[in-house]
Design a protein around this ligand. Sequence first.
Ligand code: ASP
Length: 416
Amino acid sequence: MTKETSAVNRKKLPLAGQIFIALVLAIIAGLLLQDHADFADSYIKPFGTIFLNLVKFIVGPIVLFSIMAGVISLSDIRKVGSIGGITIVYYLVTTAVATTLGLLMANLFKGSFPVLSTQDLTYELQQAQSGPLDVIVNIFPSNFLAPIIDANMLQVIVMALFIGFAIILIGDKAKGAVSTINTWNDIFMKVMDMILRLSPIGVFCLLSPVIAANGAAVIGSLAKVLLVAYICYFIHAIVTYSISVKALGGMSPVRFFKGMAPAMLFAFSSASSVGTLPMNIECTEKLGASKEVASFVLPLGATINMDGTAIYQGVCAVFIASCYGIDLSLSQIITIVLTATLASIGTAGVPGAGMVMLAMVLESVGLPVDGIALVAGVDRIFDMGRTTLNITGDASCAIIVSNLLKKTEARRAVKN
Ligand code: ASP
């Protein structure tokens, strides 16, 4: 083993282990602090917030510079197009599978769901009413700085693609810009590395207040609904991703999940796909995903690919319908598959966003939006699992696209 690789191994194993220990300690501390949730909220959570702020601060520059550097290094606009095409098809198909799984399982187990009272329920829609094409309109920035300031990843991606393509088209004249972009990419990656070293502390401070606030009593009546959602998250990860990573990515699922453990634990604690992005980039690259692919596929996934959210929306729609005594018809179920897939695409990668988008799913089949109040109390618990699944799906795509790209390049090399 060379000196360099042993250093990497020494660094890698402890971080995953540290995060795991932090997670266990956070659960213990959270349970002990159940009667002092205010203390946890006032004195522990702020440190988690500081950590999450640092992660959010670095995510915009990371996405901007890594996508630009990635596009430039691909040096072929068509190649970027084909990566984008495969990525979007994979994201759509896996999300549709996830929604169908959520709906199937929820229908199977709905007999054991509790029937909660729906009287006097109110849930205020937090979303401004928007036109059908607004999702597309909002992808395109109207300002150079706002996308970074608002951490609007889709707009940052569009900006980075435009600039990257322009650099390719200009050719030799852009040599200076290429080296500047690569240098800044390295600098931001280093900053990210420094921030990620703090993740065990971040995980502890983010998770223990959540456990303290959402103790066993709150989970109580919704335990079965949560259980069904978690079973679906689990099945989707173990079956869908294992098959796709093995068949299309050429990687053993065990290796994949082992390598992804730090990012999954982080997603579980932070409930934010965008916040987990830096860690996800690091894990997938260590697993062998190419830099260009990871830096394009993962930010895109953190914004539009939400399999866990789609499952959650399917399960909750069935649960809410059953509380209102409504039996969903086949056409309503098909409508839910479509809207939950779309709603998960429109969900931002931040805590709680999936619950806001649940309104769209309920409305599409005429269910009362107020029903969201039934699940709102434990949303964070749903969220931790769905975010973990969300980022794992993104990572599986990075592995697969990298592998397919490598194969195509190898085939081309043989031909030439
Ligand atoms: N918290 C989720 C995520 O960041 C989104 C959601 O609320 O479903 O992926």
